[in-house]
Design a protein around this ligand. Structure first.
Ligand code: ADE
Length: 226
């Protein structure tokens, strides 16, 4: 799978190549993470990528001609055709909330492009003509889409074949269909008692059916229910 991120800060993504599950995904599932800087492709002078909003107001808006030039340089097709070939996603607090089912869906795709913006986001024509969807990491405003992109790459990458070892399974984890979208039960490990804080007796009983029943009864809340 290919994930391309367009950003003003491609070097921020270097650390994202290090976590084991993403290194595994890169090796075993052909995850290829590429990062492109709008500035490297801008047709404007002095690396300009943004401009003041029409109608006035604070902040700067990333220009549609800059995004189009970057697309054409990277993909070699007219910018408005890129979304015919791959999922093109604008990262913005205005978008559809990212969740586990979207991560699962993207993990099935051959290629996804994420557009991270700074400032006031993108000229609306990027949404209308170059992207296919808009997605938000959550109902808060980040300084830019980079951290949102990293979270999404992490969530998608760990679903690719071979990303996780046997010890960490996707089956039965939080938000999975097995748990009907709910979060996992609490976990405990040694010591059995610490400063008088005890691990529930049933988990130490060796009675697998009782442990299962306890876990089912102690599932966490679903999304937004906490
Ligand atoms: N850019 C700024 N805030 C964002 C958010 N909540 N989700 C995605 N991209 C963003």
């Amino acid at each position: 799978m290919r994930i391309d991120v367009f950003t003003l800060f491609p070097e921020w993504f270097d650390w994202l190549r290090r976590p084991r599950h993403l290194a595994n995904a890169a090796e075993l599932a052909d995850l290829e993470l590429r990062c492109f800087n709008y500035r490297d492709h801008t047709p404007l002078r002095q690396g300009q990528v943004d401009d003041a909003p029409y109608g006035g107001g604070p902040g700067m808006v990333i220009r549609v001609d800059v995004v189009a030039a970057a697309f054409e340089a990277v993909y070699g097709v007219p910018a408005d055709r890129v979304r015919d070939e791959r999922r093109v996603v604008v990262l913005t607090p205005r978008g559809r909330p990212f969740d586990d089912s979207l991560a699962r869906e993207w993990a099935e795709e051959p290629a996804v492009t994420l557009l991270a913006g700074r400032y006031e986001g993108f000229d609306e024509r990027v949404h209308d003509h170059l992207a296919g969807e808009a997605v938000s990491l959550g109902p808060f405003v980040l300084a830019g889409g980079e951290v949102a992109a990293m979270a999404m790459v992490d969530a998608v990458g760990r679903r690719l074949p071979g990303a996780l070892g046997n010890r960490d399974s996707l089956e039965g984890e939080s938000f999975s269909p097995t748990l009907a979208g709910r979060t996992e039960h609490p976990h405990y490990t040694r010591p059995a008692a610490f400063r008088g804080w005890e691990v529930p007796e049933v988990l130490r009983s060796g009675d697998h059916a009782a442990v299962e029943a306890w876990r089912r009864a102690n599932l966490g809340p679903g999304p937004g229910e906490a």
